[in-house]
Design a binder for this molecule. Structure first.
Ligand code: HXC
Length: 510
């Protein structure tokens, strides 16, 4: 019996060391943790239950039959984050460069199936060289099986991908179908084909960082939702993100203890909107003064900064915030901002996370650049996302709500549940100057008349009261009371019951 126990210990030790001490040292020398070290940081201490530790590949040829390593390049299992169950897989770069074999794929599939069946989030940590080249079609089939599971789990359980090293070829498409992708700066990159192939096919000379580093994917392509300076920071931030997310689309929103009473009024909000309508201000101040303890987890912070998206809490419960940002392009809606916000709105709706929308938008961005780039379709994505969303929707118009952008930003007409406006709100088809120049074109050379028309237009439309008179705005509120009003609205909406007509699925303009 003793010998059997010893054999188990020996096997455990061999599996834990993965590709060996030398490769672990190389991993550390690159500033990266190993797969097991990453799981140790990410999960609650001692909570990891590993599955498939002894799985080995089954391939032969190219000398593979002589090189079998327990675990086969991926560490899989489940554990807890602040006591809540999560399923995990972490690619082990020290074993065949973390490349995916048939057996390696089966380990991930097993975890995907368990996460879905047990309705808990799944998080994948990537550091790998794509399909195991020696395995050919068996590896390709393995990828497709994983992709299929990503799609079936989409909208049922949260799926998160963290890119912590190379991520190429087949490895990029599974993350691309998950809800969020995060990267580590300077040591992770994602691309379909690497710099060598790019050089051969297009004759472009480009480094891995230039082609698919964190900077590119957080600022240009918008593939990644955020980036961190090192492994530990990324892992700790993922723990923070998990705390905001329900376990599944039928689970309750997590409730975290809050020590910030919603009755406390922040009078500085009364002065947030400057007297000059063209002067910018930081809408994040309104978000931070609405959330518990000013805690806000921003999504896509470095992309399309003219719209802000992210998670916060009110009275301990998660809320998704969407806000036009007057500091960037006056908060205008362009294609990138529309796509960014649409995806966030849909995520929140999938998991019944209430949406709070702060509106200060001068309209959609005009111009050939935008129109040729498909602004109509991209803008429609955000419109579609808000209109189909059945999760509680609370809107606060702080200043401008002009034109189509008024409609889009969770207006009453798109089934907004509670629509508030600050007294500084201006709700109109367009700003006064543009409006007067169109409807009083004949007076364009008479400065006095134009000034009188402008005053008339401003007093009629550039206030929240025309909209409030029609009931499009439920109440004009004091800015200082925003957090309390939102908290009360969220309480009232806890049992909201709204369903869209049955359909196989909708056809959002992609
Ligand atoms: C088998 C692989 C491998 C792979 C790396 N290794 N990638 N083994 N299949 N795909 C092995 C290496 O042979 C090496 O083994 C060890 O992992 C470490 O790799 P290095 O090259 O020494 O590391 P580094 O210099 O850091 O470079 C990492 C890398 C590079 C950039 C990821 O290894 C690389 O370019 N790999 C191939 C990437 C690729 O083209 N993959 C296939 C994509 S096609 P030893 O024993 O020497 O230490 C694909 C199609 C799927 O994925 C499509 C589905 C939709």
């Amino acid at each position: 019996m003793k010998e059997v126990l010893k054999e188990l210990e020996r096997r455990h030790a061999a599996a834990r060391i993965g590709g060996g001490e030398k490769r672990i040292e190389q991993q550390h020398a690159k500033g990266k943790l190993t797969a097991r070290e990453r799981l140790e940081v990410f999960l609650d201490e001692g909570s990891f239950e590993e599955f498939g530790m002894f799985v080995e590949h089954r391939s032969s040829g190219f000398g593979m039959e002589k090189t079998k390593i327990s675990g086969d390049g991926v560490v899989t299992g489940w554990g807890t984050v602040n006591g809540r169950t999560v399923f995990v897989f972490a690619k082990d770069f020290t074993v065949f460069g973390g490349s995916l074999s048939e057996a390696h794929a089966e380990k991930i599939m097993k975890i995907q199936d368990m996460a879905l069946r047990n309705r808990s989030p799944i998080i994948g940590f990537y550091d790998a060289g794509g399909a195991r080249i020696q395995e050919g079609v068996a590896a390709l089939g393995g990828y497709a099986e994983i992709f299929q599971r990503n799609v079936l789990a989409s909208g049922v359980i949260p799926q998160i991908s963290v890119i912590m090293g190379p991520c190429a070829g087949g490895d990029v498409y599974s993350p691309a179908m998950t809800d969020f992708i995060f990267m580590v700066r300077d040591r992770s990159y994602m691309f379909v084909t690497g710099p060598d192939v790019v050089k051969t096919v297009t004759n472009e000379t480009v480094t891995a960082e230039e082609l698919g580093g964190a900077r590119v994917h957080t600022t240009k392509s918008s593939i990644a939702d955020g980036a961190y300076d090192n492994d530990v920071e990324a892992l700790l931030q993922m723990r923070r993100l998990i705390d905001f997310l329900p376990a599944s689309n039928t689970s309750e929103i997590p409730q975290i203890e809050s020590h910030a009473p919603v009755e406390d009024m922040d009078r500085s909000l009364d002065r947030l909107v400057p007297p000059n309508a063209n002067q910018p201000y930081d809408i994040k101040e309104a978000i931070l003064k609405t959330t518990d303890e000013g805690d806000f987890f921003e999504i896509q912070e470095s992309f399309a900064k003219n719209i802000v998206t992210g998670f916060g809490r009110v009275e301990g419960r998660s809320v998704g915030f969407v806000a036009n940002q007057p500091m960037v392009l006056a908060g205008v809606l362009d294609s990138d901002a529309s796509r960014k916000a649409a995806r966030f709105v849909r995520f929140c709706d999938c998991f019944n996370i209430p949406l709070v929308t702060f509106v200060d938008v001068p309209g959609f961005l005009p111009g050939t650049g935008q129109e040729y780039g498909g602004l109509i379709k991209h803008g429609a994505k955000l419109l579609f996302a808000y209109a189909e969303a059945t999760t509680p929707k609370i809107t606060v118009i702080t200043r401008k709500a002009f034109g189509g952008a008024y409609d889009v930003m969770a207006s009453k007409h798109l089934r907004g549940d509670v629509n508030y406006a600050w007294p500084t709100a201006q709700i109109a088809v367009m700003g006064a100057k543009g409006a007067v120049e169109i409807i009083f074109r004949k007076d364009i050379n008479d400065a006095e008349k134009i000034a009188a028309h402008t005053r008339d237009y401003e007093s009629r439309f550039l206030s929240p009261f025309a909209a409030a008179e029609r009931g499009y705005v439920d109440e004009v509120i004091m800015p200082r009371s925003t957090r309390r009003r939102i908290a009360r609205a969220l309480q009232m909406l806890r049992n909201k019951d709204l369903h869209n007509p049955w359909k196989k699925h909708d056809n959002i303009p992609l």
